[in-house]
Design a protein around this ligand. Structure first.
Ligand SMILES: C[S@@+](CC[C@H](N)C(=O)[O-])C[C@H]1O[C@@H](n2cnc3c(N)ncnc32)[C@H](O)[C@@H]1O
Length: 178
């Protein structure tokens, strides 16, 4: 994951994220950040949902969640950002079934062996018709690999609303089929 800090102009990536997320993320929403690491995108999301919202941050590395907790306390966003430990096998999101308004997975999908299971679990946590932003690093992930991931997402009950390329990322916005 070093690539994101090493190669990317931070402002450009965050503003791209905001451009894709902002129309869908509103005050008070419950947002899911899968593979949050230290919260590079969790913090912009927390500012979008505000005090009445939640950003559920799921990562399998405890040290990443500990760093996220520390940073969210420092930013006084600990009541919005909710760290959640998972494993490679399961996200353990049963408590969030049908509650998430918007989900995103940035630079994550290519790291996950069982992508279908991951998409199923993300889908189960989402409200009907909620949207899911997938973004992958262009240099790491080929167009074919991205297409394959999107096909798996469609097989698990998502429809693709849009897809595109930016300088560093390929992305798609999916919607949960009811
Ligand atoms: C490349 S980093 C992406 C970080 C962040 N989304 C970003 O763009 O800054 C991938 C993160 O996903 C986590 N991860 C890998 N497999 C996972 C899985 N199956 N479920 C949840 N998190 C996972 C890793 O621990 C790591 O923190």
């Amino acid at each position: 994951m070093g690539w994101i800090f090493a190669c990317l102009p931070t402002k450009k990536v965050v503003s791209k994220f905001n451009k894709n997320a902002t129309p869908n993320v509103k005050t008070g929403m419950k947002v899911l950040d899968v593979g949050n690491t230290m919260g590079f995108f969790s913090f912009p999301a927390a500012h979008l949902v505000g005090r009445k919202g939640k950003v559920v941050c799921v990562d399998m590395q405890k040290k990443m969640l500990d760093a996220l907790t520390k940073r969210s306390k420092k930013a006084k966003l600990q009541n919005i950002i909710e760290p959640h430990k998972c494993t490679q096998e399961s996200l353990y999101l049963d408590d969030w079934k049908d509650q998430i308004n918007f989900a995103f997975a940035i630079a994550l999908i290519h790291e996950v062996p069982n992508k279908e299971n991951l998409f199923c679990e993300i889908r189960q946590s989402m409200k009907p018709s909620a949207q899911f932003l997938i973004a992958e690093p262009k240099g790491h992930v080929t167009e074919e690999q991205m297409k394959h991931s999107l096909k798996l997402a469609k097989n698990t009950g998502f429809v693709q609303l849009k897809a595109g390329l930016s300088d560093y990322m390929c992305y798609a916005v999916m919607q949960k089929l009811d």
